[in-house]
Design a protein around this ligand. Structure first.
Ligand SMILES: [Zn+2]
Ligand SMILES: [Zn+2]
Length: 398
């Protein structure tokens, strides 16, 4: 989305890469974005479909994001062998207003499956816009949205709101309820509980850490999972490898090691291996833990004693669109072949339709501008007046 002021100053809110675009595809920045004039770009949160076009933005355009978001964007890029060479300007407070030219921006830390996600209040020239980015009200940081709904910014002209879950019919449970389900699964499983989840979904990592604690297990992540936690944990209560969180372990495998050696980060591997949290497939082979598992790790685990057995469980804790149970190479199919129990335990990173309606009502904007989501023609929930804009269509706040 582009916000333009009468002065000609421009803000771009997010520049995302379509999730289905091949990794090597370029030239994805919409032609409606005029790259010949200056602009500032703000990334609301570190999900690819919000920042993935960073390399296509003119080098002289300043880029802004939350501090930890910037860290996660760098980590993701480095993982694929790249590097973000440009400067990312970050706001230091998670709620204090700052200026970009004549615009005043107030970031509101929010509840989403991505870490360090923000809503952005944009003020200037007597107008007020609130961009929700992606959000929900059933995660571990729901209180942030609740507080905002109790004391909403006054006089919002336009609310740019996501609507991913409109008409999806998806059941939405809280992370706390999900935690209870994982505890139950752990109690019913004699062997390991292997879980496929996104290492950058820190809410889920916390859910699993707490479930491990409640069921007398350890939570085991791989080097990448440990890397993510190390980069964001400072100043938060989030578990990270080290004495303070003795139930968190890091499994070191030849594959994981190679990935970090390629990035020239042998020191990180050594630190993880010797810092007390390090463990191995062999050591884990006869224990009872909750273990992070991506499809690409299954064969590597099995090579040294950590294959699936009929005593184990495999939980898929990700968006169902990422799971093809018929694919014989999937963790799911391999677990089934070994006789392990397979379950889906997940909750959405996005607000339910009811939560969207309640949020829009609390913000009481003059109009809602839909972003994200496909069911806006017939959203099925009560909303303030909606202004539909086609891609590239300009609209002036009255
Ligand atoms: Zn999104
Ligand atoms: Zn998102």
């Amino acid at each position: 989305m582009e916000v333009a002021a009468p002065s000609g100053e421009r803000l771009l809110l997010d520049a995302g890469r379509p999730l289905d675009a091949p990794r090597e595809a370029t030239g994805l920045l919409p032609a409606t974005v005029d790259t010949s004039r200056p602009a500032n770009v703000i990334f609301s949160h570190p999900h690819m479909d919000h920042w993935g076009l960073i390399d296509e933005l003119p080098g002289e355009w300043p880029i802004w994001s939350g501090e930890k978001s910037a860290e996660l964007m760098r980590l993701t890029t480095e993982l694929f062998g790249g590097r973000i060479d440009r400067d990312i300007r970050t706001w230091h407070s998670r709620s204090a207003p700052f200026a970009i030219g004549g615009f005043t921006i107030t970031p509101f830390l929010t509840d989403h499956s991505a870490f360090d996600a923000y809503m952005l209040l944009i003020e200037g020239w007597g107008r007020k816009l609130l961009y929700t980015g992606d959000f929900r009200t059933h995660g571990r940081k729901a209180v942030l949205v609740e507080r905002m709904m109790e004391r909403p910014p006054q006089g919002i002209d336009a609310l740019m709101m996501e609507g991913t879950n409109l008409r999806s019919g998806k059941p939405v449970i809280t992370e706390k309820e999900l935690e209870d389900q994982f505890v139950e699964l752990a109690r019913d499983t004699p062997g390991h509980v292997f879980v496929q989840w996104s290492a950058q979904n820190i809410d889920r990592t916390v859910t699993l850490y707490r479930a491990a604690k409640r069921s007398g297990r350890t939570l085991v992540v791989d080097l990448y999972g440990a890397d993510v936690l190390e980069r964001v944990a400072d100043g938060t209560g989030i578990p990270r490898p080290g004495k303070e969180f003795d139930l968190l372990q890091v499994v070191i495998t030849p594959c994981g090691k190679r990935m970090y050696e390629r990035q020239g980060r042998e020191d990180f591997v050594t630190r993880m291996a010797t810092g007390g949290a390090g463990t191995s497939r062999r050591k884990l082979s006869d224990g009872r833990a909750i273990i992070m598992l991506r499809d690409s790790m299954v064969a590597d685990f099995a090579k040294d004693g950590l294959g699936f057995s009929a005593d184990d469980a495999y939980a898929f804790s990700n968006w169902s669109g990422y799971l093809d149970t018929a694919d014989p190479r999937s963790g799911w199919a391999q677990a089934e072949r070994a006789g392990a129990r397979t379950v889906r335990l997940h909750t959405s990173g996005h607000a339910s339709p009811e939560a969207l309606a309640a949020f829009a009502a609390a913000m009481a904007p003059k109009t809602v501008l839909p972003v994200h989501g496909t069911a806006w023609d017939d959203p099925g929930i009560p909303l303030p007046p909606v202004t539909r804009l086609a891609d590239g269509e300009a609209w002036t706040i009255p």
